[in-house]
Design a protein around this ligand. Structure first.
Ligand code: ATP
Length: 361
């Protein structure tokens, strides 16, 4: 890897062109401060790409992504695309499928200075992202949902041992770098074959990680426990649908969905993507909060670091998190968090704190 990073940057729709440049500036300072060199590769996607290329996800963007390890995906407002693009997969879904980004990692951590329902939350959900009940991803051809008659609808849920073991391994590797605890979430008392297979596959992987404590919960009990005592959990591994729902719950417990970071990753490629959408209602007003995408980008740097055995990526990620925490703890925030700063001003405040740090790997 030679300390050289090439990162794709996709502004996207709505607030994307306001938050992505802020994210890039912050990441640029942290990465260079850690002694890495970085080349940013701007790529087209969304409404502006429809205007320029007649396609929300132009072939040139996909060609460029083929040659990149990691990229930042700004939000897309697919609901605002012209009718002829309705019913197609969203750009994020196309990219996720094309590169087999099977691990959706969603942290939930309460920031100091931000009102959180549960200030004691600090966990990571490792959500299986390639199968389960989601009709857009569990079939090679066709959809996993179908209607034999207008009054009967069926959905196919797919769980495989291989995909379950793959996400379990990601969860246990993260637990090793966190607090050595994994909770397997399933519903094996009812969905015995499918989520039972998921549970068994995860528990089999657990045997390779004797230093990690492993326990299991039914998804309904888990929802209650997360509200009651989230501080008991470190890494949660679960199938697609359960992970989607639980991670929205944990994001709210940590403060707001607007702070929710995530990456979608495989072993070869990773994409930073905020949990929120394009927020067209506040686009162009300098009111958007960039925190979720900044934190997602820190996760991208962690992923790069682990994959390439280069600690400097992780050092840059830590510097970004420290600067975010200090800024928010000082009460400097955008309006959605009760602050008075605009997007650019908030970004400059975080950047100032990065520039003042000594970043070492
Ligand atoms: P999608 O279906 O694409 O997730 P959505 O319409 O459900 O989109 P968002 O675009 O995330 O949801 O917007 C939901 C609300 O949250 C809006 O009022 C929006 O202004 C607000 N919001 C979302 N992201 C941010 C942000 N980064 N900063 C400030 N407000 C935000």
């Amino acid at each position: 890897m030679n300390g050289q990073l090439r990162v794709g940057v996709i502004d996207g729709d709505g607030i994307g062109p306001e938050i992505v440049p802020v994210v890039r500036e912050i990441a640029d300072a942290a990465v260079r401060g850690a002694g890495l060199t970085v080349e940013w590769v701007p790529l087209a996607m969304g409404l502006s790409a429809i205007e320029s290329d007649g396609d929300p996800l132009p072939a040139a963007t996909l060609d460029a992504l083929d040659g990149l390890d990691c990229w930042i995906l700004g939000p897309h407002d697919s609901a605002g695309y012209p009718d002829r693009f309705r019913g197609s997969l969203t750009p994020g879904a196309v990219i996720r499928k094309r590169y087999g980004l099977y691990a959706n990692l969603r942290p939930a951590r309460a920031y100091p200075g931000v009102a959180a329902v549960r200030p004691d939350i600090d966990l990571l959900i490792a959500r299986e992202n390639s199968e389960g009940l989601y009709a857009d991803r569990n079939m090679a051809l066709g959809s996993g949902e179908f209607m034999p008659t207008p009054d009967v609808a069926l959905a196919v849920g797919v769980i495989t041992r291989a995909a379950s073991q793959r996400i379990a391994r990601v969860a246990f590797e993260h637990a090793r770098r966190r607090r050595n605890h994994v909770t397997v979430v399933h519903k094996a008392n009812v969905l015995t074959m499918t989520t039972g297979l998921f549970r068994d596959a995860c528990l089999a992987v657990a045997r390779d990680y004797p230093e990690v404590t492993v326990d299991e919960q039914h998804v309904d009990a888990m929802a209650a426990l997360l509200v009651r005592r989230p501080g008991d959990f470190d890494v949660i591994v679960t199938e697609n649908l359960f992970g989607d729902i639980l991670s929205d719950l944990t994001a709210e417990l940590a403060g707001s969905l607007g702070l929710a970071a995530s990456i979608n990753a495989s072993d070869e490629k990773a994409m930073a993507q905020a949990g929120h959408g394009a927020a067209p209602d506040i686009a162009g007003q300098d009111r958007a909060n960039p925190v979720a995408l900044v934190e997602s980008t820190a996760m991208l740097l962690d992923w790069w670091s682990v994959r390439g055995h280069d600690d400097r990526g992780a050092a840059a990620a830590s510097a970004i998190r420290a600067a975010l925490s200090e800024t928010l703890a000082a009460g400097e925030a955008t309006a959605d968090l009760g602050g008075s700063m605009g997007t650019a001003e908030f970004g400059a405040a975080v950047l100032g704190r990065i520039s003042g740090q000594r970043i070492t790997g």
